[in-house]
Design a protein around this ligand. Structure first.
Ligand code: 4NP
Length: 157
């Protein structure tokens, strides 16, 4: 287990939702002065080594967050030993993560929007195949989820 909270955000491709969540979380944590580590990964391997989708980068930039240095990678079983919190962006990826988590892992596995009061069980919808408004909706969702997560961690220190 890490000596400070280490949060891994996981979606399917690691080029849209989870890099946006990582960026939004870094901003929320900085705002609260939290000492945390953050990263993101995908359950799929199609976009390994790629930067975030240009639409995700543009959406984050409009909110003052630069996610251009993120590179796609696939989640591994070792991640469950290195991160204290593994946070899925939707229920399908949460189920895949449950299957992957080693028995020895003490990482807390959760669904991002479960951290938002009244939003339990909700998914951040995949914007990849849709229009630009899907990225705005995804940003609003990840901003709400990561702000709530940062407040929870702030309350635990
Ligand atoms: P993400 O979106 O999971 O939010 O990164 C996707 C990106 C790529 C694909 C699926 C979802 N894909 O099938 O290539």
């Amino acid at each position: 287990m890490p000596d400070r909270p280490a949060i891994l955000f996981v979606c399917l491709g690691n080029i849209c939702r989870s890099p946006m969540a990582e960026g939004a979380f870094r901003a929320a944590a900085a705002h609260l002065g939290l000492d945390v580590a953050a990263d993101s990964a995908g359950t799929g391997d199609w976009h390994v080594g790629e930067p975030p989708d240009p639409r995700a980068q543009a959406t984050a930039r409009r909110h003052g967050v630069d996610i251009g240095s993120c590179r796609g990678r696939q989640v591994t079983r070792a991640d469950f030993l290195q991160f204290s919190h593994v946070v899925a962006l939707d229920t399908k990826n949460l189920a895949a993560l449950r299957r992957l988590q080693p028995a020895a892992s003490g990482a807390a596995l959760s669904l991002l929007l479960d951290h938002v009061a009244g939003w339990a069980g909700q998914a951040v919808a995949d914007p990849y195949y849709g229009g630009a408004d899907g990225f705005d909706t995804a940003w609003a969702d990840v901003a709400a989820g990561t702000a709530a997560l940062a407040r929870m961690l702030d309350g635990q220190r």
